[in-house]
Design a protein around this ligand. Structure first.
Ligand SMILES: [Zn+2]
Length: 478
């Protein structure tokens, strides 16, 4: 911000993907202007005392859906309280996901709304379903800075699955245009077959959901998407990976030279199918919460570099919305009580993401703090063409940072969150480590329990496809 006094963050432990250093941080005009062991305060400068705290780059949440309970305004507010400073929502013309008609028009409308109402800087991924003219829309979207787009390999009966022949053609086109294809990798036909079997037997209780969505259905689709990507020369980003088979598959295709990136989510690193058995619809997501072997496989994948990023896949709903029939918002069309297959997919995860990944990952010894910063900050910024403006604290970067108190014990729960959703699957969790101050481009967004920066200061961040990690000469992920 022009004219703003310089800011010096004193005494903190600055974390990057390569290490931790006791460094002061100088912020000028919203950018990082310097990092040094001791930066003396000069006339007119403001100081933020950070002794005893980590100074993390702001989290880049590369996967979320500001729909149902929240629009971008309340969603970004909730994210800010969780230490997130950049959000990349999926925007498409899917019913209830932001509009109808052309994807590019829906994206344009979203960018306008987010400029007016978002609390945080944002970029955009496009979503294509079978109904969308993806092949025609791609060039226009790329011109708008939307360089990544997702296709579904599942949900054929909801009209969302991209048929394989079109997926291959879209990948070939993306390869020519220099874009990044993303996939929701699950075999929808297999899942529908298993769901039909359950329904025929009247097996509609919570415990039948998990077995209808087996890990092999995710592994098969991932292998197929990687095959298409390799043959067409298209870089690929696989979202919300959850299955134990996944890390080996990612390693296999990365070794073959595919520009491939794997994402998992806090829920797949912390919760199991027991939540669905206990809480039913509230914990129903796709892919499903799985077994503890899958949870540990995701941690191993993250440690070893098979998986590259962690993002929330937040799709915030209220309890009431959760109980409505998929594809409908009218209470009179609520599903028969107890039929897990009729309940909506999605849950709120973003605000608790940093605390949960820190607690389960760093406190419990599964990953280092620099690895957390790679997965939550640097790598998503690198993959989506936002680095080094976002994702790192180095001279010239945006001064987006989080003071994180590693000693603060707190309880997660709906009463403490800032979304319009009225529940969290992390209800009652005791964790140690909390974001206490969130700053974007030198401006305080959240301080403790207080929202400081008004909405409408957010900037749209077009992706830079030439600098992105998926580009042939692009930056390398950690
Ligand atoms: Zn998603």
């Amino acid at each position: 911000m022009q004219g703003q006094a310089d800011l010096v963050v004193k005494g903190g432990l600055v974390v990057s993907g390569t290490g931790i250093g006791r460094l002061d941080l100088l912020v000028r005009d919203g950018k990082v202007a310097g990092l040094a062991p001791d930066i003396p305060l000069s006339e007119g400068q403001r100081a933020i005392e950070a002794s005893g705290a980590y100074v993390l780059p702001g989290i880049v949440d590369a996967h979320n859906h500001p729909v149902y309970a929240d629009r971008i305004e309340s969603f970004s507010r909730s994210c800010a309280f969780g230490g997130i400073t950049t959000v990349i929502p999926f925007i498409g013309a899917v019913r209830n996901w932001g509009g109808e008609g052309k994807t590019s028009a829906t994206v344009q409308a979203f960018i306008g709304e987010a400029r007016r109402t978002s609390y945080l800087d944002f970029s955009v991924h496009a979503v294509f379903t079978a109904q969308d003219a993806a092949e025609e829309e791609l060039p226009a979207l790329m011109d708008m800075g939307v360089i990544s787009f997702k296709c579904f390999m599942t949900y054929p009966r909801r009209g969302m699955m991209m048929p394989d022949d079109r997926l291959v053609r879209i990948m070939a086109l993306a390869a020519r245009l220099g874009g990044l294809c993303m996939v929701h990798a699950e075999n929808g036909f297999l899942i529908d077959h298993l769901v039909d079997g359950s329904l025929k037997q009247g097996q509609v209780d919570n415990e039948y959901y998990g077995p209808s969505q087996p890990t092999i259905a995710e592994a098969e689709a991932l292998f197929r998407a990687c095959t298409y990507a390799e043959v067409t020369g298209c870089p690929l980003y696989a979202v919300h990976l959850s299955a134990r088979e996944v890390p080996d598959l990612l390693r296999y295709f990365k070794r073959r030279g595919l520009r491939l990136f794997g994402e998992t989510c806090p829920q797949y690193l912390s919760l199991t199918n027991d939540e669905v058995v206990k809480h039913g619809a509230l914990a129903k997501i796709g892919p499903p919460l799985r077994a503890s072997e899958d949870v540990e496989a995701m941690w191993e994948g993250l440690r070893s570099g098979a998986l590259d990023t962690v993002a929330s896949d937040s799709c915030n709903m209220t309890r009431q919305q959760k109980r409505l029939l998929a594809g409908n918002m009218r209470p009179e069309e609520a599903p028969p009580a107890g039929n897990i297959f009729e309940a909506r997919f999605g849950a709120p995860w973003a605000e608790q993401m940093l605390s949960v990944v820190y607690h389960k990952g760093v406190n419990e010894g599964r990953i280092t703090l620099p690895r957390l910063v790679q997965a939550l900050c640097e790598n998503p910024a690198k993959v989506f063409g936002l680095y080094p403006r976002k994702g790192i604290l180095q001279p010239g970067s945006d001064a987006d940072f989080v003071l994180f108190d590693p000693f603060q014990a707190h309880t997660l729960g709906a009463a403490y969150q800032h979304t319009n959703s009225d529940y969290t699957p992390f209800e009652g969790w005791q964790v140690v480590g909390k974001p206490t101050l969130v700053v974007q481009r030198g401006q305080v967004v959240v301080e403790g329990e207080r929202l400081v920066r008004p909405r409408g200061q957010a900037e749209y961040l077009p992706g830079d496809k030439a600098a992105a990690a998926f580009a042939p000469g692009g930056v390398k992920v950690g």
